[in-house]
Design a protein around this ligand. Structure first.
Ligand code: H2B
Length: 103
């Protein structure tokens, strides 16, 4: 079910490091991992989570940099599925080594 802006604002307060893109609308986050293998381990973990949730993020992988955008295509906007998957993705990343983002 498509979320209204009040529900979205509420969910955003419980997410760490995710930003809301009003134009799309989608939520997005970037990571920089300590190595390419770590970034690929993250990619594999995100892929497994996406398949089990039947909810698939847009992933942009560039060496150690990784960017994810999440929205629900079927609903043409944000639903709770996006926030649930965002939390699972954060859990997967928490076990991996990241380095501070330069930009
Ligand atoms: N992923 C995302 N991000 N949004 C969707 O609406 C979506 C999806 N729909 N993965 C799913 C698959 C749908 O196409 C299938 C039929 O359940």
């Amino acid at each position: 079910m498509l979320m209204n802006s009040a529900d979205i604002a509420h969910e955003m307060t419980s997410l760490d490091g995710w930003s809301l893109d009003q134009d799309k609308p989608c939520i997005h986050k970037e990571w920089v991992f300590d190595s390419f293998p770590t970034a690929m381990a993250f990619f594999a973990a995100v892929g497994a989570l996406a398949e089990s949730a039947d909810h698939h993020p847009e992933c942009l992988s560039s060496f150690t940099h990784f960017r994810i955008r999440l929205w629900t295509h079927d609903a043409q906007g944000l639903t709770m599925k996006d926030f649930q998957l965002a939390r699972q993705i954060d859990q997967a990343a928490s076990g991996l080594h990241t380095v501070p983002c330069e930009d």
